[in-house]
Design a protein around this ligand. Structure first.
Ligand code: AMP
Length: 405
């Protein structure tokens, strides 16, 4: 069998999952039944003089550095690479395309089959997510051109949180203003929170309907959620992904008065404040690094700023865990996920330290043993289960999209 036909066999029956950002497109071919990924990669630095496309597949890795003028050109290059290693993209056996869409507003709270009207509606929601929805729309448009004959399905980051009770979703701001501008707490990372809470119940062999869960998605972006019987009742991100936990480069919760102060006293433009809080704050702003591994190295070298950044991060996390414990009226499972949650021993230990009276006890050896995959890290005597569950948003999106085939 030729190399080319093997590559095509591998993608046969897969879903192409696309996450289209402002200057990059991440993609993965996913088999929805078993989660295997015959190919994946990244098209990045779109619009810059030196773009890059990386394609991993069973035959090896392909990496090219070249100018990628726009999203359309990027997806065309992916299509060309797929054709080189197998068959043309539209003959490679893809059964559907799943698109990660950041903001579904109040309109979309289920995986949705994409048509022209849905694209227009997602575009209209751009005022709520100006950094995210426009590149999502671009991804939708060019992927529909490349693959016109398979269903395209939008899976929304906000969807899982459409169930938030009004008390949790409402900001105490003049009701006319919030109504006119659709201001409420929407929540993000919903696909991950839903997937991980479902996996946690399966891991414990329990019915999700019986469980009170706290999920801590700690990656470069970070969010917490409280889930009661499979339904989200609170989450830390709000109108935008800026609210809540301390993140790699985002501040999370701050006194909104800081924004006025920066505007009036420091004379910053609103875009500068936006940039400051979204891109230059969080761990990066406090310590100079946003990557947790780099932060840890600095802490180990005795860097005081890094130590403070870590302490602020953990303090905020504990505050949310405490809030959700009370909101849920007790918890059965606390689950860590995301790059930090899955890998960082210290954060897991420190965020739950000293909670034995609340029935939460992390087992040091289980926490530190370096295992991968789904695992329990609570002690046998802990009445609350503490788990680590690797998130897999691509698989969740692929499964949602496959339902439309
Ligand atoms: P994510 O956004 O989920 O990809 O997570 C990115 C974050 O996870 C970064 O802060 C990384 O430093 C952190 N991370 C990834 N792998 C590890 C690891 N092996 N140990 C500690 N932190 C990690």
């Amino acid at each position: 069998m030729s190399e080319a036909s093997r590559a095509t066999d591998a993608t046969q029956g897969s879903v192409l999952v696309i996450n289209s950002g402002s200057s990059s497109i991440k993609f993965q071919f996913v088999h929805p039944a078993d989660g295997s990924t015959p190919a994946s990669g990244l098209i990045e630095r779109i619009g810059e003089p030196e773009g890059r496309i990386v394609f991993h597949h069973s035959g090896g890795d392909i990496e090219r550095t070249l100018e990628i003028p726009d999203h359309r050109a990027g997806l065309k290059m992916l299509s060309d690479i797929v054709a080189e290693v197998g068959s043309p993209l539209d003959e490679s056996g893809i059964i559907a395309v799943g698109h990660r869409i950041v903001h579904g507003g109040k309109v979309f709270y289920e995986p949705t089959l994409i048509d022209d009207e849905v694209v227009r509606e997602i575009d209209r929601l751009s005022s709520l997510a100006p950094l995210h929805n426009p590149p999502n729309v671009l991804g939708l448009e060019v992927a529909r051109e490349e693959l016109p004959d398979v269903p395209h399905v939008g899976v929304f980051d906000t969807a899982f949180f459409h169930t938030l009770p009004a008390a949790a979703a409402t900001y105490a701001i003049d009701r006319d203003v919030t109504r006119e501008h659709d201001i409420r707490r929407y929540g993000f990372h919903g696909t991950s929170h839903e997937y991980v809470s479902g996996r946690a119940a399966a891991f414990l062999d329990r019915d999700p309907a019986e469980l009170k869960q706290i999920v801590l998605h700690l990656g470069n972006g970070a969010s917490a959620s409280a889930i009661d019987g499979g339904t989200a009742i609170d989450t830390s991100m709000g109108l935008t992904p800026l609210e809540g936990l301390v993140m790699g480069t985002r501040s999370g919760d701050i006194d909104p008065g800081i924004v006025f102060h920066l505007r009036r006293s420091a004379g910053l433009h609103v875009d500068e404040i936006d940039n400051l809080l979204n891109r230059k704050s969080g761990l990066l702003g406090l310590s100079g690094v946003n990557d947790f591994r780099a932060l840890r190295e600095l802490v180990e070298k005795g860097d005081d700023d890094a130590k403070l950044a870590y302490d602020v991060y953990v303090h905020r996390l504990r505050r949310y865990i405490g809030a959700y414990l009370v909101e849920l009226g007790g918890v059965d499972v606390v689950t860590f996920t995301g790059g930090v949650g899955e890998n960082n021993v210290d954060v897991r230990r420190d965020s739950l330290a000293g909670l034995e009276r609340l029935g939460i006890e992390v087992d040091a050896a289980r926490n530190e043993n370096g295992a991968r995959g789904e695992r329990r890290i609570s002690s046998d005597g802990s009445s609350v289960e503490v788990l680590v569950i690797p998130t897999n948003e691509e698989l969740a999106i692929a499964r949602a999209a496959a339902k439309f085939v």
